[in-house]
Design a protein around this ligand. Structure first.
Ligand SMILES: C[S@@+](CC[C@H](N)C(=O)[O-])C[C@H]1O[C@@H](n2cnc3c(N)ncnc32)[C@H](O)[C@@H]1O
Length: 386
């Protein structure tokens, strides 16, 4: 919870009731110092199934401990920490119900952030954060140095982790899919190609909202591993083709709209140029590119949401990518033969903007480059992404 005021100063009375600006500053720093603990407590509650167990009822700590087979005293302490974080309310001594926030960590809600919390606390995917100093010193991703390979190769060799990654990406996208579908006129296109579309969560939202549109979902074979079931469950198997491939090698032809959501921020400018030029080769002159990303302001406003800036550091460390400003997206698009036609921010709390671009000038000639090896860069994109 933010406690800075509009002008960036801290309120005189902080959450802990501090009477002075110094006291409020210390209270805020103390809260942030314990941020990792808060993440772990929320993730453990979700992983153990506390939120699923409580559901729409009220449960005592003893009931929860019995059902989960956990230590009763430790369980009460976990539930109280979850209540202090706002995920539960203690309705009577040692009895707990879910708040709206806690409900968002159930597994049975379509927009649940359960899998995001699992991913961002997965010990197999967070150790490179211990080398943040090194990343800042060198300006490079520390994922490969820590795990011996880039994130997507690492995931390819670990199907369970890859499924968890895909679920977390889908969980993050599910919450925005309806807004994306509502704030862009997909209906004027015959075929929408979602590049790096993962498990198809975004594309299925678009196809459900626009029954006349056909979809093509492109990703690596691992990225698509859960997509067939998801599309079938959504009743969209007949309207959506799955196309395994490498966006550094080529984009499939036949689309009128090419979508890239949470893809460009995984890569550096040179790699983005390869992906975009491959799309430029495939898109017809009257077709469009739609980039769905957070667009950073050119300077940090006093009331800035910290999440995009934290995600930006994660992009550096995990993928070698970055969050970008509008000017930076314009430069990327220009370099690949696209001109931006509109930038539409989605309504809060969605952090994304819809950046539409149209082909400008001739498509790049010659064969598609095979593209840089996705060497160092790459990983989990937690709350938008780990
Ligand atoms: C951060 S995820 C975004 C997924 C999805 N667009 C979303 O927003 O939920 C990046 C996606 O890019 C895919 N990807 C990575 N390298 C790729 C490549 N060389 N070719 C195609 N897809 C790739 C990953 O498998 C993953 O699904």
């Amino acid at each position: 919870m933010r406690s800075r005021t509009k002008d960036g100063t801290l309120p005189r009375a902080g959450r802990g009731g501090a009477a002075t600006a110094e006291g409020a500053a210390r209270a805020e720093l103390t809260r942030l110092a314990n941020g990792q603990l808060a993440t772990q407590v929320l993730a453990t509650g979700a992983r153990l199934g506390v939120m699923d167990l409580i559901g729409d009822d009220t449960r005592t700590a003893e009931q929860v401990a019995r059902a989960l087979g956990t230590d009763p005293g430790a369980t009460l302490r976990l539930l109280r920490a979850l209540a202090a974080l706002g995920a539960l309310t203690e309705t009577a001594p040692a009895a707990f119900a879910l708040t709206e926030m806690g409900a968002q960590l159930r597994t049975d809600l379509p927009e649940s952030l359960h899998s995001v919390f699992r991913l961002v606390t997965n010990p197999g995917l967070v150790r490179h954060w211990e080398r943040l100093d090194e990343g800042i010193r060198t300006g490079g991703a520390t994922f490969a140095a820590t795990y011996g390979t880039d994130i997507f190769t690492y995931l390819r060799d670990r199907p369970d982790l890859s499924a968890e990654y895909n679920a977390a990406m889908g969980g993050g996208s599910r919450a925005v899919a309806a807004d994306v579908a509502a704030h862009y006129d997909f209906g004027r296109f015959a075929t929408v190609v979602d590049m790096g579309g993962g498990d198809g969560t975004l594309l299925s939202g678009v196809l459900r909202a626009h029954p006349g549109v056909r979809g093509v979902l492109c990703d690596t074979a691992d990225g698509l591993a859960q997509a067939r079931d998801r599309m079938a469950d959504a009743g969209l198997a007949g309207r959506c083709a799955l196309e395994p491939g490498d966006f550094f090698a080529a984009a499939p032809s036949g689309g009128d709209l090419y979508v890239l959501k949470s893809v460009l921020h995984d890569w550096d400018d040179e790699q983005c140029g390869v992906i975009l030029r491959n799309i430029r080769r495939a898109v017809p002159d009257d077709g469009r590119l739609l980039v769905v990303e957070t667009v950073l302001p050119s300077t940090v406003p006093p009331d800035a949401d910290e999440v995009p800036y934290l995600v930006d550091v994660n992009m550096l460390l995990t993928y070698g990518g970055r969050e970008r400003t509008r000017a930076e997206y314009e430069a990327l698009c220009r370099g690949a033969g696209f001109g931006i036609t509109s930038v539409t921010p989605l309504p809060a709390p969605d952090p994304y903007a819809l950046i539409e671009a149209a082909p400008v000038g001739p498509a790049p000639s010659g064969p598609a480059p095979s593209g840089p090896e996705p060497s160092g860069p790459a990983t989990a994109d937690p709350a938008s992404d780990a």
